[in-house]
Design a protein around this ligand. Structure first.
Ligand code: ADP
Ligand code: ZN
Ligand code: MG
Length: 485
């Protein structure tokens, strides 16, 4: 018996349209005051009539196009009937048999469908005067929600996480959603079975890591049951994060019959009216294409290209800085050295500059540091290193000052008298060091290899890092051979 898991996903993503799905209320997931953004339509008052948010439909079509799906010629909304306190209408407007998108592929997995629906309100459980109470916040009620369903083709938890991460990146690139899992803006439900046997649906998973853990746990649990000769029960299970376990929430017997029927208050419509060709052209460069281009154009290896592309703002920053490397003023740099320069730029951006950003809580979750150190200034710094005008050690100090002051590297060098020392100044420093370090000089004469390193270090210290170690090495060699003779 093959115990390999088979997994299919149902992923919900909240769209970041300005207004809600079927009314003019603001769609603002950051709203902290409950029930601020509500009206008779999203509160489900009898007789209130919905209208379709065009931007939400466009967003789903864009995702469909980005994932090579088939856009329905004709589509409609349906009522999915069930009772729940956060759903005052008694039904959710969704799509049943004519979803906006059918088929499509991502990371080798076939997508079944992508449709549009409305989100529900949110139940809030509180304690009031020592008693437990439940309240409902309708700010989220009728926010536009995308649902994507895949075929049960995943064979591992890791594959699921990769797929979900890529989908998140794509919707971010398309600018249609932030899809933050911790905030519940993206919700991944995994259906897990062994070899297409009875499936268990996993819910309440709040991070990519938890998705992986929950699936791994569940596959093992099912395998253990079968090995004991028992049966897997078809049910919905939640993920208990603190205990790293799945637990039963609802069995199949309690499953609903939703009695779907066409929404009588909304018309069937043709997607042609959305201008599919224009939407296709508006997609922009997607992560997959950008990765490929970055690897080709900047000669970056796959891992480096990936690191830039996983944040579109960082990718743009890198590209802006790259083009500045060869702009006016940096003409001395030869095109042949481009790959080495791109790599240097990559390193300064993703390690030194990122390090500075991470140390400052003021910049967490925003990009305002890009104004402090704009791409052309980082490019300027890299150009100075490459031209031998500053050492990499000095460059790190200058970058720190750029980050703190927002100044240009050359201005910082002028202000702090930091230009790399001239040949004459170097020679003078070296002669001084040789006089001071008699012991090291003796060692050198005896042929001790590390004496040279020691003397270079001392000279650098004396110059406060303003010397080029290679040049110092050469000069020391020259001076010392003369002494030896
Ligand atoms: P249901 O009718 O129970 O809603 P669907 O056929 O609509 O089931 O599939 C819902 C989700 O479950 C899809 O993501 C699909 O890929 C997945 N799925 C279906 N059958 C299995 C199975 N045997 N094992 C794992 N996942 C499955
Ligand atoms: Zn409303
Ligand atoms: Mg189904």
């Amino acid at each position: 018996m093959d115990y390999a898991p088979t997994i299919g996903l149902e992923i919900h993503i909240e769209l970041k349209t300005k207004t809600k799905m079927f009314c003019d209320c603001l769609n603002d997931p950051e709203e902290k005051n409950p029930n601020q953004n509500t009206c008779p339509i999203c509160l489900g008052h009898p007789g209130a009539l919905p209208t379709i948010n065009k931007k939400a439909v466009e967003a789903i079509i864009k995702v469909g196009l980005a994932l090579d799906g088939e856009i329905a010629k004709e589509t409609k909304f349906d009522r999915k009937n069930y009772f729940y306190p956060d759903l005052p209408k008694g039904y959710q407007i969704s799509q049943y048999d004519k979803p906006l998108v059918s088929k499509g592929r991502l990371k080798g997995i076939n997508i079944t469908r992508i449709h549009l629906e409305e989100d529900t309100g949110r139940s809030v459980h509180i304690k009031e005067k020592g008693k437990e109470a439940s309240r409902i916040d309708f700010n989220r009620s009728s926010a536009p929600l995308m649902e994507l369903v895949t075929e049960p083709e995943f064979r591992s938890a890791k594959q699921v996480a990769d797929f979900a991460k890529e989908l998140q990146l794509i919707v971010r690139y398309l600018g249609i959603a932030d899809a933050d899992m911790e905030k519940g803006e993206m919700r991944v439900e995994a259906n897990v079975s062994l070899n297409m046997g009875t499936k268990v649906e996993l819910k309440n998973i709040n991070s990519f890591k938890a998705v992986e853990k929950a699936i791994e746990y569940e596959a093992k649990r099912q395998e253990a049951l079968i090995r004991e000769g028992r049966k897997v029960k078809q049910e919905t299970r939640g993920w208990d994060e603190p205990n790293k376990k799945t637990f039963s929430q609802r069995s199949k017997e309690e499953a609903h019959d939703y009695r779907y029927f066409p929404e009588p208050d909304l018309p069937m419509f043709e997607t042609e009216i959305f201008g599919l060709e224009n939407l296709k052209e508006s997609l922009g460069e997607l992560p997959g294409a950008k990765r490929h281009r970055f690897a080709q154009e900047y000669k970056l290896d796959e891992k480096d290209a990936e690191l830039l592309v996983e944040d579109e703002k960082i990718a743009d920053y890198f590209e802006d800085a790259s083009s500045e490397l060869f702009a006016e003023g940096e003409k001395e740099i030869k095109k042949e050295s481009a790959p080495a320069l791109y790599k240097l730029l990559f390193n300064y951006l993703t390690s030194d500059l990122r390090g500075l950003v991470n140390e400052n809580s003021e910049y967490s979750g925003n990009y305002s540091w890009m104004e402090k150190v704009p791409p052309e200034r980082l490019a300027h710094l890299v150009a100075l290193i490459s031209a031998g005008k500053i050492t990499s050690r000095l460059a790190k100090d200058i970058l720190k000052k750029m980050f703190a002051t927002g100044l240009d590297p050359e201005d910082i060098m002028k202000n702090d008298n930091l230009s790399v020392s001239s040949g004459a100044e170097l020679k003078e420093a070296i002669i001084g060091i040789i006089k001071e370090e008699a012991k090291a000089l003796e060692d050198f004469k005896k042929g001790k290899g590390n004496a040279m390193q020691f003397l270079i270090g001392k000279t650098m210290q004396k110059l406060k890092g303003r010397g080029d170690p290679k040049q110092i090495h050469a000069l020391l060699e020259e001076v010392l051979t003369n002494i030896k003779k």
